[in-house]
Design a protein around this ligand. Structure first.
Ligand code: ZN
Ligand code: ZN
Length: 237
């Protein structure tokens, strides 16, 4: 058993956000979780002054109907971090409950696709938090999970790769060719959306592999701080 899971079992349970002994997340922290307030952009899920089909940030992008469930505030950053760093993997179903309480499920037959980790990070961490969240969400929504994507940007550069391979990688760090077939209809799943670049890269890779409709659902949305590229954002994998 990995040490993190062992600790989960041995330590007396306490709220992952405030440390209060008892449940994995205490009642007052659960109460403090706030859904991302509407209206949202119909394309990328950004909070916008009035509901629009596409906002300036997401026009021309390949994801439709993306949603982010929770404001990145209150206990949410602590919960996401505790899941991600491996201390509290049991939070995946808790976060999935919070998402499912806020976001309507995708059409039947949609396959949930977690944003993949690179091979090195996957080895270091030993698990992919987005996969854990996707599995918990799939249980609640009665959907399947597939892992058709792989991260290609972590390894050596593209130079020297066969031309076809290069054009498949050209859009970003991801490509089809993961452990599962590319589904026809997919929703990407990730913990926190920051700039949306990762989701867009994954969506392009799915489309290149044959997916017709790509949506996305993230637990939360961290806004970029002004004048930086990726700020209020948590450190990415
Ligand atoms: Zn608490
Ligand atoms: Zn938008």
């Amino acid at each position: 058993m990995p040490i993190a899971s062992l600790l989960d079992v041995l330590l007396p349970p306490a709220c992952a956000a405030c440390g209060l002994p008892g449940a994995a997340v205490c009642a007052s922290c659960l109460d403090a979780v706030v859904p991302l307030p509407p209206p949202w952009c119909g394309g990328c899920g950004a909070p916008v002054p009035i509901a629009v089909e596409r906002c300036g940030e997401c026009r021309g992008r390949v994801i439709a109907g993306a949603r982010q469930a929770l404001a990145y505030a209150g206990p949410v950053p602590a919960l996401v971090t505790a899941l991600k760093d491996g201390r509290r993997r049991g939070l995946a179903p808790v976060l999935a409950d919070l998402v499912a309480a806020t976001v309507d499920p995708p059409p039947p037959g949609t396959v949930l696709v977690p944003v993949p980790l690179g091979a090195r990070r996957a080895r270091e961490r030993g698990f992919n938090q987005s996969l854990l969240i996707a599995r918990s969400l799939a249980d609640r929504w009665g959907l399947a999970v597939a892992q058709p994507l792989r991260r290609v940007r972590e390894g050596p550069s593209q130079r020297g790769a066969p031309l076809r391979e290069r054009s498949r990688q050209a859009s970003g760090a991801f490509a089809a060719g993961g452990r599962d077939a590319v589904p026809e209809r997919a929703w990407l799943v990730d913990d926190v959306r920051t700039t949306g670049a990762t989701l867009a890269d994954c969506a392009r890779a799915l489309r290149a592999g044959g997916t017709r409709d790509v949506g996305a659902v993230c637990v939360s949305r961290a806004e970029r701080a002004r004048g930086t590229t990726d700020a209020a954002a948590p450190v990415r994998r």
